[in-house]
Design a binder for this molecule. Structure first.
Ligand SMILES: [Ca+2]
Ligand SMILES: [Ca+2]
Ligand SMILES: [Ca+2]
Ligand SMILES: [Ca+2]
Length: 336
C-alpha cells in the first residue's frame, strides 16, 4: 500500500472574524474510560502556579467510585494536562492512554505483568512526545490540547491527531505551534505527517474531532481554534484500505451504549474499542466508531454491553456503515 500523507486538504473554511470563540484557560476534566472499571481523569489546570499541586487521577468504578492509590499499583503522575484519549494500539485488549500536555505528550501503557492500574510512559523513540513544533521556526515547547486516535488511511493501524496552540501569550511556549498528525508505522512507532498532509496550521488550536463527515469511508478532521476560524479538512488520501463504521444503540437512558466495548476480528487479529465520550479538550464526540481494516475483506464483530452481556460474533460486510442495535444481549444489524 502506498500511503499519501498529502491527501488531506481544506474542504471549507469558516469566515475569519474578529470575535473568535473564547475558551477557558482551565482544562476540562472529562472522565474517559481506559478499562472497564477504571476511568482516568486529568486534573491539572493551566496558566497558574497552583496547577503544580494537581495530579492525574484514575478511579475505580466500584459501587462507590474511589481513587486508585499506590496500594492498587497506581503511580503518581503530574503534568500540565489538557486532553486525554485511549486506544488499544497493540491488540492486547488493554487500551493505551495518551495525555496531552505542555511540553511532552505522554503515551502510556500498562506495565507488562501487572494487573492493576500501573502505567508507564512509551519510550522516547516511539515518536509520540511531539514536544516541539516541527515546522514554523518556533523552537519553544509545544502546548498540546485535544488528542484523538483514528486510522486516517485505513491501513489497520491507528494514528494520532494533536491540536496545539499557546495558552495565550505564554513566553516559554511556542506561539507558532503546528497541529500534529502522527502516522503509526508497522513497528508501532509514529512519524509526523502534519506538514505533508497539509494540516499543520499555526493557529492556537483547542478542540478537534476525527470523523467521516462526508461518509466516504475516510476520517475527516475538524479543529476549533482560539481567535481564528474553525478548520474543516476533507481526507482525500488515495490507495487506502478497507474499513467499517459501527454505531451502537440500545434503549434509554444510555442510548449510545457508552461503556460498551466493540471487538472487530479480521484475519486473526482483533481490534478492541471502548465506547467513551468526553476526554478531549473542552468537549467530546458522539460519532460512529471507525475501524481501518487494511486489506481484510471479512470481519466479525461482537459487543460487550455496559452491563457485561456479550453478544455472539456476527460477520459483517466491510466498507459499510452499520448500526448495531441491542437485542437482549445480542445484536440486530442494520445498514445506515
Ligand atoms: Ca494495549
Ligand atoms: Ca493508519
Ligand atoms: Ca495549532
Ligand atoms: Ca470522509
Amino acid at each position: 500500500m502506498t500511503i499519501s500523507y498529502s491527501a488531506l486538504r481544506a474542504m471549507a473554511m469558516g469566515r475569519r472574524r474578529r470575535s473568535a470563540p473564547v475558551f477557558a484557560h482551565c482544562r476540562c476534566c472529562s472522565p474517559i474510560g481506559t478499562a472497564a472499571d477504571a476511568p482516568i481523569c486529568g486534573s491539572r489546570t493551566t496558566g497558574t502556579t497552583t496547577s503544580l499541586a494537581g495530579a492525574e487521577q484514575m478511579w475505580a468504578m466500584e459501587a462507590t467510585p474511589r481513587l486508585f492509590t499506590e496500594a492498587d499499583g497506581w503511580r503518581d503522575h503530574h503534568l500540565w494536562g489538557m486532553g486525554i484519549a485511549s486506544r488499544d494500539l497493540d491488540g492486547d485488549g488493554v487500551p493505551e492512554v495518551l495525555l496531552s500536555s505542555m511540553g511532552d505528550q505522554r503515551l502510556q501503557s500498562r506495565l507488562p505483568g501487572t494487573t492493576g492500574p500501573t502505567y508507564q510512559d512509551a519510550p522516547y523513540d516511539r515518536g509520540t512526545t511531539a514536544h516541539r513544533p516541527f515546522t514554523g521556526g518556533d523552537g519553544r515547547p509545544s502546548t498540546g490540547w485535544h488528542v484523538a486516535f483514528g486510522d486516517v488511511q485505513n491501513d489497520g493501524l491507528d494514528d494520532i491527531f494533536i491540536a496545539k496552540g499557546n495558552v495565550e501569550q505564554m513566553p516559554d511556549a511556542a506561539m507558532d505551534d503546528p497541529n500534529n498528525l502522527l502516522i503509526q508505522q508497522t513497528d508501532g512507532s509514529f512519524s509526523e505527517a502534519g506538514l505533508n498532509a497539509g494540516i499543520a496550521t499555526l493557529d492556537r488550536s483547542r478542540g478537534a474531532v476525527l470523523a467521516d463527515l462526508n461518509l466516504d469511508g475516510l476520517l475527516d478532521l475538524a479543529v476549533v481554534n482560539r481567535r481564528a476560524p474553525i478548520e474543516i479538512w476533507q481526507n482525500v488520501a488515495s490507495q487506502t484500505g478497507n474499513w467499517i463504521s459501527l454505531e451502537l444503540g440500545q434503549t434509554a437512558p444510555n442510548r449510545r451504549a457508552v461503556g460498551s466495548w466493540i471487538e472487530v476480528r479480521t484475519d486473526g487479529s482483533t481490534q478492541t474499542r471502548e465506547i467513551t465520550i468526553g476526554g478531549g479538550h473542552a468537549g467530546g464526540s458522539a460519532v460512529p466508531e471507525h475501524f481501518g481494516l487494511g486489506e481484510a475483506e471479512d470481519a466479525d464483530v461482537r459487543v460487550i454491553w455496559p452491563d457485561g452481556a456479550v453478544s455472539d460474533w456476527v460477520e459483517i460486510g466491510v466498507n459499510n456503515r452499520w448500526k448495531l442495535l441491542r437485542d437482549g444481549g445480542g445484536l440486530i444489524l442494520t445498514r445506515h
